[in-house]
Design a protein around this ligand. Structure first.
Ligand code: MLT
Length: 264
């Protein structure tokens, strides 16, 4: 489906009925990264996966991006679908957007799944790396970004033994426009520190992390779990940063169990 939201076209899937679960993807992927979760959970819940601004089939305007604006886009999709409350699942950049969304629109949030993400802002070195990555995207294109990102996103074993999954991730990355990739990098570099905000999250929260995650390791997950008052932590074995793709069944079951407790 597509809708005009905040002056651009945003694409999303809306499948199933019941309590809505909104899935926000990682950088620099798109909503198809949630295909297995959609399949596993849509017989029980209403599953909405959104291509964030700059990704997949959504517009990628050449302009300034921010995570607050991404949160406004998500709110726009919810309003378009007349959804007043949902459980939200965000992986990595999707999690950063959920911090922004919760700050602005807490009344919409029944539960939060923060997967392979972190509450800290970028360090100065991290910001410089974002700048350099944007220059590589601009000069060499999205396939150079795929070359850089894949070893950070997937475990060495997956890269060695699952060429079809590696290709699926590469295709998602290469499908993005440079305006979207650079826009995200600027938005992530400018995001605020969310640690002081963690103890204000009053809804139930499920933290998930792949045990082999390097960009947002288990220590980042523990920090969130220790500071969000009503949080639980799940560590997914044999998975790195894209834990939902490397261990789709375990990831979906963790979400299913969490949502069942939230909707009681
Ligand atoms: C992501 O997976 O969304 C990115 O690794 C997030 C980041 O670069 O901080």
């Amino acid at each position: 489906m597509q809708a005009q939201i905040n002056g651009i076209t945003l694409a999303f899937n809306d499948q199933g009925t019941g309590l809505p679960i909104i899935f926000l993807h990682a950088f620099p992927l798109n909503r198809t990264m949630w295909a297995q979760q959609e399949e596993a959970l849509s017989s029980q819940f209403r599953i909405i996966t959104i291509d964030l601004r700059g990704h997949g089939e959504s517009d990628a305007p050449l302009w300034h991006y921010s995570l607050d604006q991404a949160a406004d886009d998500v709110r726009g999709v919810l309003d378009y679908l007349s959804i007043r409350q949902a459980v939200f699942v965000g992986l990595s950049m999707g999690g950063y957007i959920l911090f922004a969304f919760h700050r602005k629109y807490a009344e919409y949030v029944k539960g939060l799944v923060l997967a392979d993400t972190r509450a800290q802002a970028d360090t100065d070195e991290g910001k410089r790396a974002r700048f350099e990555m944007a220059q590589i995207a601009y000069k060499q294109g999205a396939s150079a970004i795929a070359d850089m990102m894949i070893p950070k996103l997937l475990s060495p074993a997956t890269i060695r033994t699952r060429p079809e999954l590696v290709q699926r991730v590469r295709t998602m990355i290469e499908g993005n426009q440079i305006s979207g990739i650079a826009g995200d990098l600027m938005a992530m570099a400018q995001r605020p520190d969310s640690i002081p905000f963690l103890n204000r999250i009053s809804c139930p929260a499920q933290i998930i992390v792949g045990e082999l995650d390097l960009p947002t390791p288990a220590s980042d997950a523990t920090l969130m779990a220790d500071n969000i008052p009503n949080a639980r932590l799940a560590i997914i074995p044999d998975a790195a940063h894209l834990s939902n793709l490397e261990q789709p069944c375990l990831f979906s079951e963790t979400v299913r169990t969490f949502v069942a407790t939230v909707s009681r």
